[in-house]
Design a protein around this ligand. Structure first.
Ligand code: GLA
Length: 389
């Protein structure tokens, strides 16, 4: 990062999509995660998929060293010089600044100036990873616009680095991986230790996945996220003093963890128990889905939420209410909070015949309880980020 502060570098600009002649259009999806929450950064397995809720980003070159970015949703834009990139006080700007910075590090001079317009149909703060969609979309678009030659893996990793060091969330790799590698009608069973993955055909008829957006997004999300990661790293470091053979928390056998109950703080012990169990649940859930054992799969969703609520403590009152209510409803096989937590969506496995009556009943109960509208989000499983010229 350069010495010039971002506020010195930054200028306000405006672009208009109506008269914008683009050279490259990128469509970048959000993601769902069926199970395997908060275990990507602990070396575990996750089961995500890209969805048909997307961000569109229009690009054109401008033959300067400046980047001009306009967000249609925020009705706001800014401009910065590639030669003096730093962290901005405005959060969303950092997704773009970070990606440009890391591409410029890998291929200095490859990015020339550009104009771009971001138009999102992906709700923010709802656990659908609008951040990874934006990062990977920007990286993919610039890669095409300037024929840079970045590989998919480079795009995944540099987008994650932008999130870590510009946005400040020490996320895992699940979101960026899914946004880039998603495939229509397929779930990705991803081993976050080595990025080995297997595509699983998402055939769950007569059930449907229903997302319910709580429309709350508690501010804790980023700081508490980093705290959870730190708790897990601290627990692993203590275990590794005696057992250096365990490189990741998910590798620690349950019996070994039990023998550390006295040495770990109660919080560390709870976090580690959750992580070890959730990784097992994810593998069991993938197998259950492939064998069509949907009830078994649904039960694993309830268990996952229970762990996220009590052991990992990343849920909130609103999400807990939604999952408790879901448990009382016929035709709902399982539900849990999805994504980083502290708000956002629940993911529900619901028999297709009861989807309308279920969403209606839960919306009414939620409104009565919190005075907030619940937003059902219909999604289908789609391809990862795509370039449309
Ligand atoms: C966020 C992060 C991911 C993952 C999830 C929780 O979406 O970006 O890396 O840790 O939370 O599973």
């Amino acid at each position: 990062m350069k010495n010039t502060t971002q506020s010195e570098n930054r200028q306000t600009i405006a672009l208009n999509l109506e008269n914008f002649v683009h050279e490259v259009l990128v469509v970048s999806p959000g993601r769902i995660n069926l199970i395997g929450e908060h275990i990507d950064y602990n070396g575990g397995h996750v089961l995500p998929a890209a969805i048909n809720k997307q961000i569109k980003i229009y690009f054109r070159r401008n033959n300067t060293r400046r980047c001009n970015v306009w967000s249609k949703n925020f009705d706001n834009g800014y401009s910065f010089s590639i030669d003096a990139i730093g962290i901005s006080d405005v959060e969303w700007e950092n997704y773009i600044l970070g990606v440009v910075h890391y591409i410029d590090q890998i291929y200095p001079g490859a990015i020339q100036g550009f104009d771009c317009i971001v138009e999102s149909a992906l709700p923010m703060g709802s656990g659908l990873s609008s951040s990874a969609a934006l990062e990977c979309g920007i990286a993919t678009g610039l890669n095409t616009l300037f024929s840079i030659g970045l590989t998919k893996d480079q795009i995944i990793h540099l987008s994650r680095d932008a999130e870590h060091n510009y946005v400040g969330t020490k996320c895992g790799i699940m979101d960026q991986f899914t946004v880039v590698r998603g495939q229509k009608d397929h779930l990705i069973l991803l081993d976050c230790q080595n990025l080995d993955y297997r595509m699983i055909h998402a055939d769950i008829a007569p059930y449907q996945l229903v997302l319910l957006n709580s429309n709350v997004s508690h501010n804790l999300a980023s700081s508490e996220y980093n705290n959870r990661r730190a708790d897990c790293e601290a627990a692993l470091a203590i275990i590794q003093e005696k057992h250096p053979e365990y490189k990741y928390l998910v590798d620690v056998p349950k019996e070994v963890l039990m023998s550390f109950e006295e040495e770990l703080t109660p919080t560390m012990f709870d976090r580690a128990s959750y992580v070890i169990q959730e990784n097992k649940r994810t593998l069991m859930a993938a197998e259950a889905l492939e064998k069509g054992k949907f009830e078994e799969f649904g039960n694993l969703l309830w268990e996952s939420h229970h762990g996220l609520r009590y052991n990992y403590q990343v849920s909130c009152e609103e999400l807990d209410f939604m999952v408790d209510f879901a448990k009382t409803q016929k035709g709902v096989l399982g539900a849990r909070m999805m994504g980083g937590g502290f708000g956002g969506c629940t993911i529900n496995m619901v028999h297709k015949d009861v989807v309308p009556s279920y969403t209606d009943a839960i919306s009414k109960a939620y409104k009565k309880q919190f005075g907030i509208d619940l937003s059902p989000i219909e999604v289908s499983i789609s391809d990862g980020v795509e370039v449309k010229k």
